[in-house]
Design a protein around this ligand. Structure first.
Ligand code: KIV
Ligand code: ZN
Length: 395
């Protein structure tokens, strides 16, 4: 039996907080519609108290979106909560997302509050938010660096006050997968009551562990993950939505979990975000990078031409990519070259293929990647060289 994991997309809030990724109202609405097409369960649209612009953007997203829930972030303060509610109250399924830090470091140096005061604020603010909507999420900021017994207490208090989701973030990307997973397992073990609420993972990528940490949380009791398209977010980013979802889909026997996503929309969503923000993804980025389904090495190309499973664990079609790509570079072999030439409409004899191959590999030393136009030029050059006795029907 696979458990259902809710996808909480925070591209428009935590993602937008990354340098160069801010979006105006119209851009947020375009992105939100695409996230809805992708099938995310919750869209966190912004932090309404932060600015008038963000308030209006969250409000516009809340009014435009029909099938996903729309969440607004707010600190555990009454005016923040009221402001968040004002922004999302027109949504079909609004969610108030309120948070306060729970680590000793944050409580002492940032909040200047005692653990008792923090627990009181959680009770008061979650109960206050419940007056507006049934759908209230509470986040314990810096949970992964908080005392574990205190996190259990915090979760208990948030549930008692009416939170329907409790989120335990790795705010600074410090946790390791086993540590982060243990926190979820302990909370589920010590609080049988937590079975009636959603437990959420929210991870940052400072050590490159965000996706691994989210997956570990899922294995240990989380049934919601908070993530962003292309992994954009504060500092080194948030967990990349596309990587989490495809790991769950590709390894069902390990994670025993499913999502409600239409994965064929992943590439389109990634590309829309790039178009809107101007921030591109690295070519070797998992799932959505330009090279995610490209093969250059001759041995790999030969394998893929015979059976794609030899070097591909995900079909390009399943994420909305056009297909795999056999790149002709200096590591490529004759099989791929033959395949590419055939696709360009050329039927080459063995000698001709050998000739084109030698020229292409020579050119690849200087040029990195041989494009279709390069192949056409090489074939045309060969055609004029072999004009005497050359049969046009063979090319
Ligand atoms: O990283 C974090 O702790 C957050 C919370 C506000 C949910 O983004
Ligand atoms: Zn965050």
């Amino acid at each position: 039996m696979k458990k259902n994991v809710l996808i909480f997309d925070t591209t428009l809030r935590d993602g937008e907080q990354s340098p160069g990724c801010s979006m105006d109202i119209e851009q947020k609405i375009r992105m939100a519609h695409q996230l809805e097409r992708l099938g995310v369960d919750i869209i966190e649209a912004g932090f309404p108290i932060a600015s008038d612009g963000d308030f209006r953007a969250v409000q516009a997203v809340a009014q435009a979106i029909k099938s996903s829930s729309v969440a607004a972030l707010c600190r555990a303060k009454f005016p923040d909560i009221e402001c968040a509610w004002e922004a999302i109250k027109d949504a079909d399924n609004p969610r108030i997302h309120t948070f306060i830090a729970t680590s000793k470091l944050h409580m002492e140096y940032k909040l200047r509050m005692t653990p008792g005061q923090v627990l009181k604020a959680i009770t008061e603010c979650v109960s206050f938010a419940k007056q507006f909507t049934e759908n209230v999420e509470f986040s314990a900021e810096d949970a992964s660096r908080s005392d574990l017994d205190f996190i259990v207490e915090v979760t208990k208090v948030a549930i008692q006050a009416g939170a329907t989701t409790v989120n335990l973030p790795d705010t600074v990307g410090y946790a390791t997968p086993s540590e982060y997973g243990r926190m979820f397992a302990e909370v589920r073990r010590q609080l049988p009551d937590s079975r009636r609420i959603h437990l959420s993972a929210h991870t940052h990528n400072d050590l490159g562990l965000a996706v691994a940490n989210s997956l570990s949380a899922i294995e240990n009791g989380a049934d919601q993950v908070e993530c962003t398209i292309n992994g954009i977010g504060e500092r080194a980013g948030n967990a990349a939505l596309e990587e989490i979802v495809m790991a769950l889909n590709t390894r069902p026997n390990i994670y025993k979990a499913k999502t409600n996503l239409n994965t064929q929309q992943l590439i389109a969503t990634s590309q829309l975000l790039t178009e809107i923000t101007g921030v591109t993804v690295q070519p070797n980025k998992a799932i959505v990078g330009k090279n995610a389904f490209a093969h250059e090495a001759g041995i790999h190309q030969h394998g893929v031409l015979n059976n794609t499973l030899t070097y591909e664990i995900i079909t390009p079609e399943s994420v909305g990519a056009a297909g795999n790509q056999l790149v002709i570079g200096k590591h490529s072999g004759r099989h791929a070259l033959h395949f590419r030439c055939r696709n360009l409409g050329y039927s080459l004899s063995d000698d001709e293929l050998e000739n084109v191959y030698k020229q292409a590999i020579h050119l690849a030393d200087a040029k990195k990647e041989i494009l279709d136009d390069d192949l056409r030029t090489i074939v045309a050059g060969m055609k004029s060289e072999f004009k005497n006795g050359y049969s046009p029907n063979t090319i």
